[in-house]
Design a protein around this ligand. Structure first.
Ligand SMILES: Nc1ncnc2c1ncn2[C@@H]1O[C@H](COP(=O)(O)OP(=O)(O)OP(=O)(O)O)[C@@H](O)[C@H]1O
Ligand SMILES: [Mg+2]
Length: 237
């Protein structure tokens, strides 16, 4: 019997409704996703690429349950709980980390909200997670502005992984970084994938990055999946 996919996306479509010229303006219905079908299996790095505006982030937001859609999105064969055990990292690292707090506080916040562990257990978990993304635990006392772009992205990834999500969605996670910092983050995803058996949906304009990192990929155009490939790199991951 075929294995149940970790993420199953069936006939997903979505529209944005916007009002032109204020509250009493004419409603405009803008179709964005058009009958999307995708499957992601556990332990896979799946690449999603396509031109700006084709709907990649919108699909990620549907998967996270942040916006409404038609069709079905199942995690482990079931409709998602809200919020689903899925985390996302973004292009704008600055926007996802509160500048008033230090890295230790930002890492501990999700654990406190979910009442996980006592203080000491949380400290150990945070130190281990920081080390696994290549940041020394001494960075806990630093604020966001005291980190480089690559280090900020590492902190975002650590914060996203602290709750052990079933799926990590990386949406343009290397787009704001220079080539060398971006390459390091790609390699970090490879390492985390191997060490934590992490499943990643990697969304990027950068086709080279997708081909380097991902075992499978899909190309979107105008809200549709146009092409799927099994990258040759699969064997290397
Ligand atoms: N909140 C919104 N209201 C109305 N339209 C929106 C909204 N968010 C996105 N759109 C539109 O939906 C389409 C898809 O946007 P989306 O952000 O999903 O594209 P994308 O593939 O992620 O692009 P990029 O590669 O630039 O990040 C675009 O035409 C965009 O203008
Ligand atoms: Mg986007």
């Amino acid at each position: 019997m075929a294995e149940t996919p970790l993420l199953l996306i069936r006939n997903v479509s979505n529209v944005y409704i916007s009002r032109r010229f204020g509250l009493f303006g004419k409603k405009e219905i803008k179709p964005v996703l058009n009958n999307i079908n995708l499957e992601l299996h556990s332990g896979e790095i799946f690449g999603l690429t396509g031109k700006s505006g084709c709907g990649k982030t919108t699909l990620a937001r549907c998967i996270l349950g942040i916006i409404d859609y038609e069709g079905e999105i199942l995690l482990d064969g079931q409709r998602q709980k809200k919020p689903p055990p899925i985390q996302m990292v973004f292009q704008e690292t600055g926007a996802s980390l509160n500048p008033c707090k230090n890295i230790g506080w930002l890492m501990e916040e999700p654990l406190v909200i979910h009442r996980i562990g006592n203080r000491e257990e949380r400290r150990r978990k945070i130190d281990k997670m920081l080390l696994s993304v290549g940041l020394d635990p001494s960075y806990k006392t630093r604020r966001v502005h005291e980190l480089s772009g690559g280090q900020k992205q590492r902190a975002c990834i650590a914060r996203a992984l602290i709750l052990s999500p079933r799926l990590l969605i990386a949406d343009e996670a290397i787009s704001s970084l220079d080539v060398s910092a971006g390459a390091q983050i790609l390699n970090l995803f490879k390492t985390l994938h191997k060490n934590l058996n992490l499943t990643i949906l990697f969304i990027s304009h950068n086709k080279d990055a997708v081909e380097y990192l991902c075992g499978k990929m899909a190309v979107m155009e105008n809200g549709k999946i146009m092409m799927r490939t099994e990258a040759e790199t699969a064997a290397l991951i």
